[in-house]
Design a protein around this ligand. Structure first.
Ligand SMILES: Nc1ncnc2c1ncn2[C@@H]1O[C@H](COP(=O)(O)OP(=O)(O)OP(=O)(O)O)[C@@H](O)[C@H]1O
Length: 601
């Protein structure tokens, strides 16, 4: 049967198909319109965000401008403040001079009157009236002398405050640099610097003035290139040991005012660290009358004992301890063996409950003069690890730390104020520790109050080390002696293994030296960036020096630099270290307070 298809049916089918197509198109249009609407919404959102971001950028720019302005005005104010402090210091010096002459005059006058009273009292009764008048005059003079003395005392305290404020304004970390003279070992015979055409002994590091070092670091074929570094003080080859030591003396005043002080020499091997810190015995370097050219350690000890001699007798005691950090181990160089001979015993470094670092069982010796200190030191220096390298035939392979611990039985007002401040901080810290300890978290808050009342040793500040001769009952904060540390550090030399030509055990020594110096650099970097964690415990050296590098202790880094082409890379490394150290700003809030204090004084 032939297949007959109705035309209407075909049309109806086509219409159906078209209607279906139309519906799907309409659905697609709807989808696209929805997408479009969503995109519009996104666009609006993005535009809004862009506008907000622009506003934020504008705000940030304004903030930045404001900060810049504040920084500029702060710098101007600081400069002004510094010059005011200088003027004030001069004024105080003048006032003191006037006071001294006034006091002498008054004392002479008073003596004269007393003599006259004495003579008059031997005279007949009729002179009684005159005697009384003279006695009244003497009393008045003595009264005004007493007043002058009080005023002078107040002025002295004010001068101390100004001194410490000035040191703090300059920053608690100061960097000095010493460029030593050219020495015979600066050139290996017959050698010249590769490709530069210059000889190894050519001078490329120059102390151009009191605070700048210029380094010529031209490369072969390149045009002359030089770098300038700035430090608080720069010493050139012609500067004597005396000049270098004089610059560190102001820090010793701060030591007696209750600050920990650290002076450390940093530099490449053979750059003059031991010469600067201890001194040289070499015959050709002998000072006048054949005395050895004493370095910072003997000169600082002498200055410290000079300052102490100006205080009331027996108000200070000084103890010395000497340790070396060798291959990341701490050795007590003053410990004695069975027969009383010197023997370096290995010791540990711990952090106490108050957050300070301590070496348990460390040997201390009581010293009464700079000569005592040097006698102790020269007896143990032979124990220090040394070995020849290609650069330096008597190279120190360890870090030497000489610590003078000063105990003050009658601290001055400033030191007492500092003690109260640090005691308050210790109590806060130990309360925080208690609060976070699992025992305490379990305990009810009422029990905590009881703990505080019973004043556990952990929450009361201990200012004396464990070997202190002051047993219980613990003296009050005002009565307990104040102990401050002067740490004098002769670091081992940073060096390039290839240049020093070391192998075997010496290679291990060099690697330990370089690692501990880079740990020191890391600590300074963390402090400069104000990171919450400072990696003091990454090496024994930084752990030992923790109290002097952190907090408000005063640190002076003495960069020692060789002047010649041969050690250019090492010198640049040392100068870079010094520049980083200068970027550390410790306890800015405290410095600000100190600055305000000056205005108020
Ligand atoms: N300013 C200077 N004037 C004269 N001689 C110096 C000076 N600085 C260093 N010297 C001499 O240079 C030599 C090396 O100095 P020093 O021993 O102090 O180096 P160093 O940096 O301690 O080396 P290392 O880290 O290897 O122990 C010594 O003979 C020293 O007398």
């Amino acid at each position: 049967m032939p297949l007959f298809i109705n035309r209407d049916q075909i049309f109806a089918h086509q219409v159906h198909l078209l209607e279906h197509k139309l519906r799907s198109k309409e659905e697609r249009i709807l989808e696209l319109e929805t997408e479009n609407a969503l995109l519009h919404l996104r666009l609006a959102e993005c535009l809004g965000k862009l506008r907000r971001d622009n506003e934020d950028i504008l705000q940030a720019q304004k903030h930045h401008q404001h900060q810049k302005h504040v920084q500029e005005s702060t710098q101007t104010a600081l400069a002004k403040l510094l010059s005011e402090v200088q003027v004030l210091k001069q004024d105080l010096r003048d006032v003191s001079a006037v006071y001294v002459s006034c006091a002498t005059e008054l004392e002479e006058h008073s003596r004269e009157l007393q003599m006259r009273v004495g003579t008059a009292s031997c005279a007949p009764q009729g002179d009684a009236g005159e005697i009384q008048a003279l006695q009244a005059q003497v009393d008045a003079l003595q009264h005004s002398l007493q007043e002058e003395k009080e005023r002078c005392k107040a002025e002295r305290l004010r001068r101390k405050l100004l001194h410490n404020a000035l040191v703090e304004l300059r920053g608690n970390i100061r960097v000095h640099c010493r460029v030593r003279p050219v020495l015979p070992f600066d050139s290996a015979p017959g050698q010249s610097a590769s490709g530069t055409g210059s000889t190894l002994s050519e001078e490329v590091v120059h102390a151009v003035n009191d605070d700048s070092v210029l380094v010529n670091c031209s490369k072969s074929g390149a045009s002359a290139m030089s770098k300038m570094f700035e430090f608080e003080r720069v010493h050139g080859p012609e500067d004597s040991q005396e000049n270098v030591s004089d610059e560190v003396k102001p820090l010793l005043t701060s030591l007696l005012d209750g600050y920990n002080v650290c002076i450390m020499a940093y530099g490449q091997t053979g750059s003059g660290k031991t010469h600067t810190m201890i001194g040289s015995q070499a015959e050709d370097l002998m000072g006048p009358e054949g005395t050895p050219l004493q370095g910072i350690i003997p000169k600082s000890a002498a200055e410290l004992f000079r300052l102490i001699s100006e205080k009331p007798a027996e108000s200070y005691t000084v103890e010395v301890s000497v340790v070396e950090v060798y291959n990341n181990e701490v050795f007590d160089l003053l410990s004695k063996d069975g027969e009383g001979g010197a023997a370096g015993v290995k010791r540990d470094v711990i952090t106490t409950s108050t957050g300070t670092s301590e070496v348990p069982a460390l040997t201390y010796e009581l010293v009464c003069s700079s000569a005592d200190v040097m006698q102790v030191l020269s007896a143990v220096l032979r124990l220090r690890a040394r070995s020849p390298t290609l650069v330096h035939r008597d190279s120190s392979r360890s870090h030497l730390i000489v610590t003078l611990t000063v105990t003050s039985k009658s601290p001055n007002a400033l030191a007492l104020a500092r003690r109260l401040q640090s005691a308050r901080k210790d109590v806060q810290r130990s309360h925080q520790k208690e609060w976070w300890s699992p025992r305490c978290r379990r305990a009810v808050s009422g029990r905590r109050r009881l703990d505080e009342q019973s004043a556990s040793p952990a929450s009361s500040p201990c200012h004396s080390p464990c070997h202190s001769p002051y047993p219980s009952p613990r003296p009050s904060i005002a009565q307990a002696p104040i102990r401050t540390k002067l740490q004098l550090v002769d670091l081992a030399g940073s060096e390039c293994v290839g240049m020093s030509g070391v192998t075997g055990a010496a290679l291990w020594e060099t690697s330990c030296i370089n690692r501990s110096l880079s740990a020191l650099s890391d600590v300074l970097g963390a402090l400069a960036e104000q990171r919450p964690h400072v990696p003091y415990r990454n090496s024994k050296l930084t752990h030992l020096l923790q109290d002097s590098i952190g907090g408000d202790a005063k640190l002076l880094v003495m960069l020692c630099v060789s002047p010649t082409q041969r050690f250019l890379a090492e010198s640049l490394q040392s100068l870079g270290f010094g520049t980083r150290a200068r970027q550390v700003q410790r306890e800015p809030a405290r410095r600000k307070n100190a600055a305000l204090k000056i205005k108020r004084v």
